[in-house]
Design a protein around this ligand. Structure first.
Ligand code: HAM
Length: 417
C-alpha cells in the first residue's frame, strides 16, 4: 500500500477544525497589528536559502529538499518562510511602499529531519515579517503579536525567552571569545560541536548533547560583547517589554538555528518545555545578502502542528466547523429531479443541504441524517409534491409537520440560518 512519505501526514476532516481555529485566530491577530497577507511559491532557487539561512546551518547542510528540475535549475522546497518573503520584497520593489512593510503568511515548510514528536519533514508555519525599519519598537511589536496570538488561542501559560546576538560589528569579538572558551574542551565535545567550533561557533550554545550543554552554561555571554548600538537596541526592547507587563527571561544560550539573525532573537515555549512553539528575531543583513540594499527586518514564525498539539493536550475547545443542518431525503426515484432542484434552490439561498444518495427505506435515510448531525430532515414524496408540500422532521424532538413548498425557504431561514 502506498503511504504518505515518512515525516509527513494527512490532515483529515475531524482535525480540520483545529487548523481552521488557528488560521482564523492568526488572521484576526495579524489584521489587528496591520499585517497584510502574502503567499510565496513552494519552490525557490536553492541559493536563496544558501545565502540567507546560511551554508553552515543544519537546515542548509543536511535538511533541504533540493533537486534539479528538467530545465537544469537547482530548486529547493522551502524550509522556512522568511527568506522567500524577503526575496519577494526585493523582487517587487516593496521598498517603494511606506516602511515598514508588514506581512504575514501560512506556509508548509520542508526539512529532512529525523521524524519524532513535534518534528516532521513537512510542517506548517504561521509567520509574520516587518521589513524596512530597524527600531526596537518593531521587535516589541512582533513579540507582542506572537504573544497575543497564543493568548487569543487560549494558550496562556507560555515562556518568552529573548537574547541579543549582536551585529557584524560586535559578533566577531564574541565568537572569538566563544572559540577561546571552547578550544580547551574540544576533545569532550560531540562530533557536531567539533565542526561548529570551526564553522558556526554560536551554535555550540544550543547543542542538545548533555556534555556540551554543561559547557554552554558557563560560556561567555553575547550580551557582554554587544557594541553600543546593539546594547541600546536591546535595552530599548527590554524596557518596552517591562513597561507593557510582558514577562520574559533572558537566555544567553538562545542563538536560533538560522544564520540570518542579528541583534534580537526570541522564542515562545509552552510553560516549562524546551520545544519551541515559535521563534523569530531581527535579520538586518538578510536582504543585503540577497543582493539588495541594506534593509532591516524582524519577524516570527510558529509551528502550527506544535500549536495544535498544545491546544489538544491542554483540552482547549475549538469551534466546530460549520456543517449543513438540513438533510434532504426521498424514497421514490420519480421525485429525484424535483429533489435535486429543491436542494439547489436552498443552497443558492444560503441554506446548506446534505443530499441523500441512498434510495433505501426512509428509516435508513433518517438514520443517516442523524449520523450526519443534521437538525432537520426534509422528506419529499410524489404525493407531497402533488399537494405542493414537503414534510419537515425535527430530528431532535422527532416531531414532524407539513410545510408548503413556497413557504419552506422562509421557515428554514428562521430555523437554521
Ligand atoms: P524556526 O524556529 O526554524 O524559525 O521555525 C519556526 C517554528 O516552526 C518552530 O518554532 C517550530 O514550532 C516549527 N518547526 C520548525 N521545524 C519544525 C519541524 N521539523 N517539525 C514541526 N515543526 C517545526 C523559522 O523558520 C524562521 N523563519 C522564523 C522567523 C520568521 N524568523 C524571522 N521571521
Amino acid at each position: 500500500m502506498i503511504k504518505a512519505p515518512r515525516g509527513t501526514r494527512d490532515i483529515l476532516p475531524p482535525e480540520q477544525e483545529w487548523w481552521q481555529y488557528v488560521r482564523n485566530t492568526a488572521t484576526e491577530v495579524s489584521s489587528l497589528y496591520a499585517y497584510a497577507p502574502i503567499d510565496t511559491p513552494l519552490i525557490e532557487e536553492a541559493r536563496l536559502f544558501q545565502r540567507s539561512v546560511g551554508e553552515g546551518t543544519d537546515v542548509v547542510e543536511k535538511e533541504m529538499y533540493t533537486f534539479t528540475d528538467r530545465g537544469g535549475n537547482e530548486l529547493t522546497l522551502k524550509p522556512e518562510g522568511t527568506a522567500p518573503v524577503c526575496r519577494a520584497y526585493l523582487e517587487h520593489g516593496l521598498r517603494e511602499l511606506p516602511q515598514p512593510v508588514r506581512l504575514y503568511y501560512f506556509t508548509p515548510a520542508y526539512r529532512y529531519e529525523r521524524p519524532q514528536s513535534g518534528r516532521q519533514r513537512e510542517h506548517h508555519q504561521f509567520g509574520c515579517e516587518a521589513i524596512g525599519e530597524a527600531d526596537y519598537t518593531l521587535d516589541a511589536e512582533v513579540i507582542s503579536l506572537a504573544c497575543t496570538f497564543f493568548d487569543r488561542l487560549g494558550i496562556s501559560r507560555v515562556d518568552l525567552v529573548i537574547n541579543s546576538i549582536g551585529c557584524p560589528e560586535c559578533r566577531p569579538g564574541y565568537t572569538s571569545a566563544l572559540k577561546e572558551y571552547y578550544e580547551p574542551h574540544r576533545k569532550s565535545l560531540c562530533p557536531d560541536c567539533k565542526r561548529r567550533l570551526e564553522r558556526n561557533p554560536l551554535r555550540l550554545l544550543d547543542c542538545k548533547n548533555s556534555a556540551c550543554q554543561g559547557f554552554a552554561a558557563n560560556a561567555p555571554r553575547s550580551l557582554d560583547y554587544l557594541c553600543a548600538q546593539c546594547r541600546t537596541h536591546f535595552n530599548g526592547l527590554t524596557d518596552i517589554l517591562t513597561a507593557t507587563d510582558t514577562d520574559f527571561v533572558i537566555d544567553h544560550r538562545l542563538v536560533r538555528g538560522l544564520d540570518y539573525y542579528t541583534r534580537t532573537v526570541f522564542e515562545v515555549h509552552p510553560e516549562g518545555s524546551t520545544n519551541a512553539l515559535g521563534g523569530g528575531g531581527r535579520y538586518d543583513n538578510l536582504i543585503q545578502s540577497l543582493g539588495g540594499p541594506p534593509t532591516p527586518g524582524v519577524g516570527f514564525a510558529c509551528g502550527i502542528e506544535r500549536t495544535i498539539e498544545v491546544l489538544q493536550t491542554r483540552g482547549i475547545r475549538v469551534p466546530a466547523l460549520p456543517a449543513p443542518r438540513v438533510f434532504l431525503a426521498y424514497v421514490d426515484r420519480s421525485v429525484e429531479k424535483m429533489a435535486t432542484r429543491l436542494a439547489q434552490t436552498l443552497r443558492q439561498e444560503g441554506i446548506g443541504v446534505i443530499f441523500s444518495t441512498s434510495r433505501r427505506s426512509l428509516k435508513s435515510q433518517l438514520r443517516q441524517a442523524n449520523a450526519r448531525n443534521a437538525s432537520y430532515c426534509l422528506i419529499l414524496g410524489e404525493e407531497e409534491i402533488e399537494r405542493g408540500v414537503v414534510v419537515m422532521r425535527d430530528l431532535i424532538s422527532s416531531r414532524q409537520q407539513e410545510i408548503a413548498l413556497e413557504g419552506l425557504l422562509e421557515e428554514l431561514k428562521r430555523r437554521v440560518a
